[in-house]
Design a protein around this ligand. Structure first.
Ligand SMILES: Cc1cc2nc3c(=O)[nH]c(=O)nc-3n(C[C@H](O)[C@H](O)[C@H](O)COP(=O)(O)O)c2cc1C
Length: 463
């Protein structure tokens, strides 16, 4: 078939406008794809960006992904601004890499009680106690934290002090609860550095604005624990209001803001895999100490009507993804709504035809709190879950917790670790997370537990 183009001045200008618009759109899309690719390539790779520009090192330590997301945005801003950037998680940093750079940017969150994120353990043990000669080096540290913790931003502050002790000129910004003013101050500092190194005028940039989520429709809400003495726990299913379901990996999070608390995003672990065709969350309707309902959970579990939409932002959660552990047997340990993060891993593995996974899960009462029992038993019976152990804290025989199960199966725990297993823990921090940590130390020895943490074979998403 031949298509004849007859060009008249009118048509010509119309076609030109059309083509121009289309070309602009293609260029914009291509630029966006390039930008994303550049930022992705910057990680663990040789420096990206213009070869003649000085390279800036961007280092992050993140437990739940906020510091990581900001580090990626920072790196993207610098690459777009014409600089070379090397983006590294702190566990991949060596003294030599640090010394190769004159400028470094650090985005560091504090977790636990003033602790470094789990993946930073090797850095804390091996690099922090030693001096690395950094005379002439310039660093900016963004320390993320929450002032309600006694050790506010402790890890970021410690790294800043270490950089100074090593002879670097270091500046520090502490951020309370992702405070927008402090993040603006960071953005201004980064922009100043970009200008100093490139000499060009400032470009318009909105990189730090809270990402606007994609609207998702709440399509189903299902109570998982009818009759429970604990707060009602719901499975919420969401589908995009328009377009396709975005891709995520097992272990990732969703960030959302409810209308009554629009300034405070809440994070939830994703319980489903993309192949299920919907995004699932497990949300417990919580009550505050004064008896009033928790704002976000009350909205999600009661207020929000089925069929209405809410913007959801998907957040990569590298420190809880399978990552390098994809080929290892998995021990999945958790309680309550922590099942969400563990379910996504089991589903991802079942999809790959793997069965070398052991779930150790705790709830209150076997009659009312046996969450997703049919699914778990079906996986067990079909051999897709090599082992399943459940602990009930409110049962006639007396309370039993996941840490008790681990202790009573200590030999089996050792065998799994000897087989090369990775351990993933998801759920409440104070009771379960702490108890599991102590049980693992008792069974494997503290040195082995530290080794597993440092190697990323022991990962925790506890809250
Ligand atoms: C379990 C837990 C423990 C925390 N402990 C501290 C702390 O001791 N000091 C502090 O300043 N912030 C603390 N925070 C707040 C985090 O540093 C803050 O939420 C930060 O933005 C998280 O960043 P990330 O997503 O990169 O890990 C804690 C947060 C959680 C969830």
């Amino acid at each position: 078939m031949t298509v004849e183009w007859i060009l008249t001045p009118g048509r010509l200008s119309g076609a030109a406008a059309l083509l121009g618009g289309y070309a602009a759109m293609c260029l914009a899309v291509a630029a966006k794809v390039r930008r994303r690719r550049r930022a992705e390539e910057a990680e663990n790779a040789e420096p990206q960006g213009r070869a003649q520009a000085p390279a800036v090192l961007v280092v992050y330590a993140s437990q739940t992904g906020q510091a990581e997301a900001l580090a990626r945005a920072t790196a993207r801003m610098l690459v777009d601004g014409g600089l070379q950037v090397r983006l590294l998680p702190v566990d991949k940093l060596t003294p030599a890499v640090l010394q190769q750079h004159v400028h470094s940017l650090w985005l560091l969150s504090t977790t636990g009680e003033g602790d470094a994120p789990d993946h930073a353990l090797g850095f804390v043990q091996q690099l922090l106690p030693k001096q690395t000669g950094l005379a002439g080096h310039k660093s900016l540290v963004l320390a993320l934290g929450d002032h309600e913790y006694e050790q506010f931003c402790a890890f970021g502050v410690a790294v800043h002090a270490w950089l100074q002790a090593c002879g670097a000129h270091s500046e520090l910004i502490c951020v309370d609860n992702m405070n927008p003013q402090s993040l603006q101050a960071w953005q201004a500092q980064v922009e100043r550095l970009r200008q100093d190194l490139r000499g060009a005028a400032a470009q318009e940039s909105d990189w730090l604005q809270t990402p606007v989520g994609q609207p998702f429709v709440l399509s189903r809400r299902h109570l998982l624990n009818p009759g429970s003495e604990g707060g009602p726990l719901y499975l919420l299913e969401w589908t995009p209001q328009a377009g396709e379901l975005p891709q995520w990996q097992s272990g990732d999070l969703v960030s959302l803001c409810v209308p009554a608390a629009a300034d405070r995003p809440r994070d939830y672990s994703i319980a489903s895999v993309t192949a299920e065709g919907c995004l699932q969350l497990l949300v417990r309707q919580s009550t505050r100490e004064d008896g009033s309902p928790g704002l976000a959970s009350d909205w999600l579990c009661r207020g929000m009507e089925i069929g209405t939409a809410l913007p959801l932002t998907l957040r990569a959660h590298s420190s809880f993804r399978l990552g390098d552990n994809a080929e290892r047997p998995l021990m999945l340990i958790g309680n309550g709504s922590g099942l969400a993060g563990l379910l996504s891993h089991i589903k991802a593995r079942v999809q790959q035809g793997r069965s070398d996974q052991w779930l150790v899960f705790g709830e209150r009462n076997p009659q009312h709190d046996a969450l997703c029992a049919d699914k778990l038993q079906a996986w067990r019976q079909q051999g897709q879950l090599e082992r399943l152990d459940l602990a009930w804290s409110r049962q006639a025989q007396g309370p039993r917790y996941v840490q008790d199960l681990l202790r009573s199966h200590a030999d089996e725990v050792k065998r799994w670790v000897e087989r090369g297993a990775a351990i993933y823990v998801c759920g409440s921090r104070s009771g379960m997370g702490q108890g599991v940590h102590l049980a693992l130390q008792a069974i494997l020895g503290p040195a082995m537990v530290e080794e597993l943490l440092a190697a990323g074979r022991y990962r925790r998403d506890v809250y």
